[in-house]
Unconditional design. Structure first.
Length: 191
């Protein structure tokens, strides 16, 4: 799938319990294939969302979690909830910085992602991905943030929120899938 040898070795070492000091890997960028001045760094993990730094530092992968999907029912309404463990993400972004993200899909199709602002309580982060009401019908949760996705080069896309993200906890997920009980979530926080 295009994963480099050092990444495979790190995965094997992690599973075997070895602690190995990470060594930075210089990105292999061919000037002839770069089509935009965006620093894409070493986006080695396919379909993983990375935060893009504007200060010249390499892009950093967001925290990957599994979001459980559950339903919450009221008298005349209900919601489909996404929930991850932990009250805060370890990946922190300073407020006021330009907030953009990168993903390497390995193909030409735009990634199908949703960005949520999540609420933290009792050691969990949670958001309503969909709401159902007898009077209003079906709607997306109010914590969905519009994103713009731009192709940077073949397989690499920049994701920019439609508004400046305020202080709080966030995560990206794929589009909801019927009958799924969990989905991948890529989490970060804004300080």
């Amino acid at each position: 799938a295009g994963v480099s040898g050092p990444v495979i070795k790190a995965m094997i070492d992690k599973q075997s319990g070895k602690v190995v000091e990470a060594k930075p890997v210089a990105p292999a960028i061919n000037a002839a294939t770069a089509v935009a001045p965006v620093e894409t760094g070493a986006l080695e993990m396919m379909n993983h969302v990375y935060v893009q730094h504007t200060d010249g530092q390499p892009s950093k992968p967001l925290e990957k979690l599994t979001a459980g999907i559950r339903t919450k029912q009221g008298f005349m309404s209900g919601a489909s909830m996404l929930q991850v463990d932990g009250g805060k993400s370890d990946i922190r972004i300073k407020s006021g910085n330009k907030q953009s993200f990168l993903i390497n899909t390995g193909g030409s199709n735009l990634p199908e992602l949703v960005l949520y602002k999540v609420k933290s309580a009792k050691g969990k982060r949670e958001v309503a991905s969909m709401k159902v009401s007898t009077f209003k019908g079906v709607s997306t949760g109010e914590d969905v943030i519009t994103i713009n996705i731009t192709k940077i080069k073949e397989g690499v896309f920049e994701i920019t929120p439609g508004k400046v993200l305020g202080t709080g906890e966030y995560f990206f997920t794929g589009k909801p899938v019927a009958n799924a009980t969990s989905t991948d979530a890529y989490a970060f926080g804004i300080d």
